[in-house]
Design a protein around this ligand. Structure first.
Ligand SMILES: [Zn+2]
Ligand SMILES: [Zn+2]
Length: 341
């Protein structure tokens, strides 16, 4: 079949158009489906509403202070707050849970340890303190980034190391000017690479480069989980299905969020600019005049089953966040602070 919005040829069973993200089949009505699904009822309510009616099932929704993304616990419809008040989120999908229980999670983490991605000591000497699973709302923002910069062309970088001190201070200044993300780790890695590379300052040929990259950037919608915000991570969007609360296993919470669409777009752009800069610096020395332009789409909401595992190791606490769909580690906290771990 063909996408009704952009005309691309897509698989007959596609739920979303892989090209433009349009939710296929929403305008032709569901044949035989439940009548409450697939309708695009707009919720129009003042932004400060303390009680709303679910657009699909009419159940009362009570936004807590600060909440901007709410999922109806009866029917699974989601609404979000923007400048015009509350509105129904049409592009609302979920990823199926594939790591169904704690044993499966422990196996996944052991797999990481066996491959050396998490340190083995963790398994031997640490204690699993706490495990939880919830469906977390993320905004997925499609960002097409074009980064233009000049850098010393490859041939001329085989020089002496004499310039590295000057270079370091120069780079240090440049990097200090980036957005305050508090990611000292990244700068450190970058510096290490620079010194090892052996840089020649004098007489390099500056060349113009362009680095294009598309991202489906996930921005966590829950403020309390901002420290677990993915940095360079993509969910397996091929597996997403329309959000259906009956597919959320019993007893697993579906969280609401406090981060709205506009903030998500801004965050995604900020993170992407930073990633682009990071990747460019990995590819080239002496990067100058770096400018990134982004094309940022309207986000869609995706609910992802996420495992949080807390370990104690000596006196430390280590948190590992795992995508319950793909089994990939989204983030870990406390691991990088001690290199000897
Ligand atoms: Zn399309
Ligand atoms: Zn509802």
């Amino acid at each position: 079949m063909f996408c009704e919005k952009c005309g691309a040829q897509i698989p007959d069973d596609a739920v979303f158009c892989p090209k433009c993200g349009y939710k296929v089949g929403q305008s032709q009505g569901n044949s035989g489906g439940s009548p409450s699904q697939g309708q695009t009822v707009q919720v129009v309510a003042p932004p400060d509403a303390q009680e709303l009616k679910c657009p699909s099932c009419g159940a009362p929704l009570k936004p807590q202070f600060g909440e901007m993304v709410i999922t109806c616990e009866y029917c699974g419809a989601s609404i979000c707050l923007n400048t015009n008040g509350w509105k129904n989120i049409e592009k609302n999908s979920m990823l199926p849970l594939k790591i169904p229980d704690q044993d499966s999670l422990v196996n996944v983490l052991k797999g990481y340890m066996d491959r050396g991605l998490l340190r083995r000591h963790l398994e031997e000497e640490s204690k699993l303190e706490q495990v939880s699973l919830a469906y977390i709302p993320y905004w997925v923002v499609t960002v097409s980034a074009r980064t233009q910069y000049t850098a010393v062309s490859e041939a001329s970088t085989i020089g002496t190391v004499a310039g590295s001190v000057a270079l370091m201070s120069l780079m240090g200044g440049a990097m200090g000017g980036r957005r305050g993300m508090g990611m000292g780790m990244m700068d450190g890695a970058l510096m290490g690479g620079m010194i090892g590379g052996g840089m020649g300052m004098g007489g390099g040929n500056l060349r113009a480069y362009t680095y294009d990259q598309n991202y489906n950037y996930p921005v966590v919608a829950v403020k309390g989980l901002l420290e677990y915000q993915p940095k360079d991570f993509s969910f397996n969007l091929d597996e997403r299905i329309p959000f259906d609360i009956s597919k959320v296993p019993k007893g697993i919470k579906v969280l609401n969020g406090e981060i709205g669409e506009d903030a998500a777009k801004y965050e995604a752009k900020t993170y992407v600019d930073q990633l682009q800069s990071q990747k460019v610096h990995q590819q080239h020395h002496m990067v100058q005049k770096i400018v990134t332009q982004d094309d940022v789409s309207d986000p869609e909401l995706i609910h992802v089953p996420v495992w949080f595992a807390k370990f104690s190791y000596k006196s430390k606490e280590i948190s590992i966040v795992v995508d319950g769909n793909s089994g990939k580690v989204i983030n870990s906290i406390g691991l990088n602070e001690d290199k000897k771990l």
